[in-house]
Each structure stands twice: as structure tokens, then as C-alpha cells.
Design a protein around this ligand. Structure first.
Ligand SMILES: Cc1cc2nc3c(=O)[nH]c(=O)nc-3n(C[C@H](O)[C@H](O)[C@H](O)COP(=O)(O)OP(=O)(O)OC[C@H]3O[C@@H](n4cnc5c(N)ncnc54)[C@H](O)[C@@H]3O)c2cc1C
Length: 301
């Protein structure tokens, strides 16, 4: 182990990706520091689904359990803070200085696990229901709305494909294109065959009460009764703090990595939602963390 650096690996981001990498690096006897600002992408929701043995767990509880597991390893430390910059350590020829709100540390390798920031459609009341009766991940939350009256509100080219997917959970589905989402006449006919309706009017807002969403409000004043909705946020990686690494990003702004999680900068790795193909699921992010931890351990030898 090299003592020239404060840490072997600094992990930025303590979500499922970062925590899983930390656990596996801990077990490889790597001196590992996790720095996390505690802004999980799924903080809007109370129940996480689809994580083997933890189906339905609260996102915060899952993270808490992950952090508690790390506590038994003396070579790992976790700090609640915001990372502000990462710079290559020119004097050492390799390694990095990671500066965060609580100070600065040196490390042989950095692992970026900071996920994505969501930009939700600009409907005034949407945020009040996001995570409880408005969702973005069908695989995560579709099951709870099986055969119920749901909406898909979209604006992107993949709207018809997403509608087809959502019809797996309910055929009582209306697709709101907001006048911009691309659903061709052929796609509309294909969806109609399954009983899915397409409404091309402009959406002004959503409506609901303490029990959750109860309608989609159109610009012409009509409210269409719906019990839940799925939306397609835009996603940002928010990597200003990593500018010093000069990471290559793809057209979506995601960090370009090879199959082993190595970025284009030697010694810097990336995992989880911040890497292609972007937004995924908790267990996928955690699996990614385990896989890349093994790669980092080998690369450091
Ligand atoms: C509303 C919602 C519900 C979801 N429900 C499910 C579900 O039921 N099942 C499922 O499998 N998936 C679900 N997901 C998807 C899941 O949350 C993500 O796929 C997963 O969290 C990605 O993990 P990650 O570790 O890559 O990123 P994240 O979990 O987003 O963690 C990234 C961490 O990095 C930290 N960070 C960011 N910038 C900095 C910085 N500069 N310094 C320090 N720390 C920083 C953040 O605070 C955050 O803690 C849901 C997503 C959303 C939005």
C-alpha cells in the first residue's frame, strides 16, 4: 500500500454505486474515503423497488444500511460533504488532490459516483406528486399501477416506445404528447390496437390532493381523470467539480468509460447513473460499483 497518498481511492458520491464500490474496496484492504453530499436522485420517493432482498425499502434506509456495513472496516471512512474540485497531482506524477467543503486530501485513484440531476417537465404542481404518484422509472414503479388509469406525459422522440412499454402495466393509458412529443400516425394506430389513447393537446398542469394525483390539466381547461402519471425528465451529470480531470463526455453529457469503468483520464474511474446509458436502477448501480472496485484494486497493484 502506498503511504505517499492520504488514500488509495477517494469515492465521490455515496449512493448505491459508491457504497457498493467502497464495500468491495474495503474488503480488498484499500484505504478508501467516501465523500457524499446526501442528495440521492431517488430522495423524492418513500419506497424503492426491485432490489433483491430489499424490495419496497425506503431509499434512505438502504443507504443507511450500506453505510453501517462500511463501519466495520477500519480502512474506510465516510464523510458528509460536497466535493468542489479534483486536480491531478502534478508533483507526484500520478494521483489527485480532492478538495471538499471540509478540507483537501490526496489519493492514488478517484471514483466518480455522483449520479444524475433530474430536470422535470415544467408543470407547476408536478413536483408535489413526484416520487409518490408521478414517476419516471416504469420498471421501478409500474407494478403499483397495474390496470389503473395512468398517463404518460412526454416530449421526446421515444414517447411511442415508452408508451408501448408502459402498456405492459396498464392498458388504461393516455399518452399526452403536449403538442411536441413525437408519436407518428403509424405509432398511434399501433397503440390504439392495444387500447392506448393519444392526446395531442397541450398539458398545463397536474391536479391532485392528499391522496395523490387525480388528473392531468389541459391548457384548454379540461381535466382528464388519471390516478398516476409517468414523465420523462431530462438528465444532467453536474460535473463542474470534476472539470480538472478533463473527462470525455458523450453527447448526453455522461462520462465516457471503457467496459471496466476507466475514464479517459488515467487513475479516474466512473460508475452508476453518471455513466452510459444513464438513468438505471439501484441494483444496477450497486453491481457497477462492485465490478469497478475489483478493476481499481487490480490496477493499483
Ligand atoms: C423518484 C425516483 C425513484 C426511483 N425509484 C427506484 C426504485 O424504486 N428502484 C430502483 O432500482 N431505482 C430507482 N430509481 C433509480 C435510482 O435511484 C438510481 O438508479 C440510483 O440511485 C443510481 O445510483 P448512483 O449511486 O449512481 O447515484 P445516486 O443514488 O444519485 O447517488 C449519487 C450521490 O452522489 C452525491 N453527490 C453528487 N455530487 C456530489 C459532490 N459534488 N460531492 C459529493 N457528493 C456528491 C449525491 O448527493 C448522491 O448521494 C429511482 C429514481 C428516482 C429519481
Amino acid at each position: 500500500m502506498s503511504e505517499r497518498f492520504d488514500w488509495d481511492v477517494v469515492i465521490v458520491g455515496g449512493g448505491p454505486a459508491g457504497l457498493s464500490a467502497a464495500l468491495n474496496l474495503a474488503r480488498a484492504r484499500r484505504r478508501t474515503l467516501v465523500l457524499d453530499s446526501n442528495r440521492p436522485r431517488n430522495s423524492a420517493t418513500f419506497h424503492s423497488h426491485g432490489f433483491l432482498s430489499r424490495d419496497g425499502i425506503s431509499p434512505l434506509e438502504l443507504r443507511k444500511m450500506g453505510r453501517e456495513e462500511l463501519e466495520q472496516y477500519p480502512n474506510v471512512s465516510f464523510e458528509r460533504t460536497i466535493v468542489e474540485s479534483i486536480e491531478p497531482l502534478a508533483s507526484a506524477g500520478s494521483g489527485f488532490t480532492v478538495t471538499h467543503r471540509g478540507g483537501a486530501v490526496t489519493t492514488r485513484a478517484v471514483l466518480i459516483a455522483t449520479g444524475l440531476r433530474e430536470v422535470l417537465p415544467k408543470l407547476p404542481t408536478l413536483r408535489a406528486f413526484y416520487g409518490t404518484s408521478i414517476h419516471s422509472c416504469m420498471e421501478c414503479d409500474g407494478y403499483e399501477y397495474a390496470d389503473r388509469a395512468i398517463a404518460l406525459i412526454g416530449h421526446t422522440d421515444d414517447l411511442a416506445e415508452r408508451a408501448l412499454l408502459l402498456s405492459q402495466w396498464s392498458l388504461d393509458l393516455i399518452v399526452f404528447t403536449q403538442g411536441v412529443g413525437h408519436v407518428s400516425e403509424a405509432d398511434e394506430a399501433m397503440l390504439a390496437e392495444r387500447g392506448v389513447r393519444v392526446d395531442r393537446r397541450e398539458v398545463a398542469d397536474v391536479a391532485g390532493d392528499r391522496d395523490g394525483l387525480n388528473g392531468v390539466v389541459l391548457a384548454d381547461g379540461e381535466t382528464v381523470a388519471r390516478e398516476a402519471a409517468f414523465v420523462r425528465p431530462d438528465y444532467e451529470t453536474a460535473l463542474d467539480y470534476a472539470a480538472g480531470l478533463q473527462l470525455a463526455l458523450d453527447a448526453e453529457g455522461l462520462i465516457v468509460v471503457d467496459a471496466a469503468g476507466r475514464t479517459t483520464t488515467a487513475g479516474a474511474y466512473a460508475i452508476g447513473d453518471a455513466t452510459p446509458p444513464g438513468p438505471q436502477q439501484l441494483i444496477v448501480a450497486a453491481g457497477d460499483g462492485a465490478e469497478v472496485a475489483a478493476v481499481i484494486n487490480r490496477d493499483l497493484l
